[in-house]
Write a protein that binds this ligand. Structure first.
Ligand SMILES: [Zn+2]
Length: 339
């Protein structure tokens, strides 16, 4: 049995300029690593990839892979030293344009706009005003149609208005308009210096090289954190190929075997078929909650969110206890990023 755990922000939020960002506190991360160390054998990404070959070494019992999405600076400053202290490895998933071109992704623009302290009602009003103002320029559907596409369903972390705000920007609006509108709200409420902000928020390519040299795994997480399901077949293929190219710039050569992490956990049947054809792409992970018994679906591996596992204590692994079972029954969206 393999358990894959998913992390995003790991930091002491109250001591940062963005206390309202929702992440895992350093102390809780440490508690969880100790818990995982007691109950699982943490494996490296290389070990996992090697186990996918017929003649590869099998995984140890109760194997656990720790995955860190989005290439956040936290992963170098907070996560790396704590993994090294415990002799553990992790798998990290930077986004190409965030690292190389100083672009703050829509998902992170939205997180920081929401954490800016502006009241949700006011933010939502501004968003609808921008949609109205730019409707003609971007040929946008009516506001009623856009909102109809964002009706909150079963999600685990947000109130209804916040969900609509996120969904409008992350999914429902045409991408060009979403980048422009999220950019305008980001400039108003977060920072006028996007590149400078990106440098603070994301790992640099040098930090990624250092992490790789210290035994950490690096995998693909897209170029601009796009929803795979919303792309054409050609677009999906290009994102995966460019993810692979980005890995080659970190490692100095194309990876022989690598793992794709679908942004937002978004994929469809086309993605699975394409991933098989991309050179070296051996596995892919989603954000669907669950555990892995075998590699029969190598391009749809489920993960648990950090919130599904204890952060302290010594009770045996509760992966199949209530929280996860409930999440699986609700289906789909486990990640705060997705919700
Ligand atoms: Zn992501």
């Amino acid at each position: 049995m393999l358990t894959i755990v998913m992390y995003h922000y790991v930091r002491d939020m109250p001591n940062t300029p963005w206390p309202a960002i929702r992440g895992l506190l350093t102390h809780d991360f440490e508690g969880q690593l100790d818990y995982i160390g007691r109950h699982y054998t943490v494996i490296s990404l290389d070990q996992l990839l090697a186990a996918t070959y017929d003649d590869g070494p099998p995984l140890p019992g109760n194997a656990c892979l720790l995955t860190f999405d989005d290439g956040l600076r936290d992963h170098h400053d907070v996560v790396l030293p704590r993994l090294l202290d415990r002799g553990m490895s992790g798998a990290f998933f930077p986004i190409a344009d965030a690292v190389e071109n100083g672009v703050v992704m829509i998902v992170h623009r939205v997180h920081h706009i929401l954490a800016s302290g502006v009241e949700m009602g006011a933010l939502f009003h501004e968003l609808l005003e921008l949609i109205d103002a730019w409707r003609d320029a971007y040929e946008l559907p009516s506001t009623a149609d856009l909102l109809a596409a964002c009706i909150p369903g079963a999600v685990r972390y947000d109130d209804a208005r916040t969900i609509q705000f996120k969904r409008l920007l992350q999914q429902a609006l045409p991408r060009q308009a979403a980048w422009a509108i999220a950019g305008e709200l980001f400039r108003r409420h977060v920072s006028a210096d996007e590149a400078g902000f990106a440098e603070e928020l994301y790992l640099s390519i040098d930090q990624l090289r250092t992490m790789a040299s210290l035994g950490m795994g690096i995998g693909g997480h897209g170029v601009r954190h796009d929803w795979m399901e919303h792309l054409s077949r050609h677009g999906q293929r290009e994102k995966m190929l460019r993810s692979r190219e980005f890995l080659s710039r970190i490692h100095g050569a194309m990876p022989e075997a690598w793992l794709m992490n679908y942004p937002y956990g978004s994929y469809d049947a086309r993605t699975v078929a394409l991933a098989r054809e991309i050179p070296g792409c051996r596995l892919a992970v989603t954000t669907r909650p669950g555990l892995i018994a075998d590699f029969s679906k190598p391009y749809e591996l489920p993960r648990l969110d950090t919130n599904d596992l204890p952060r302290q204590g010594d009770a045996p692994p509760c992966a199949w206890t209530l929280a996860v079972r409930e999440a699986m029954e609700r289906g789909g969206e486990t990640s705060r990023e997705v919700a």
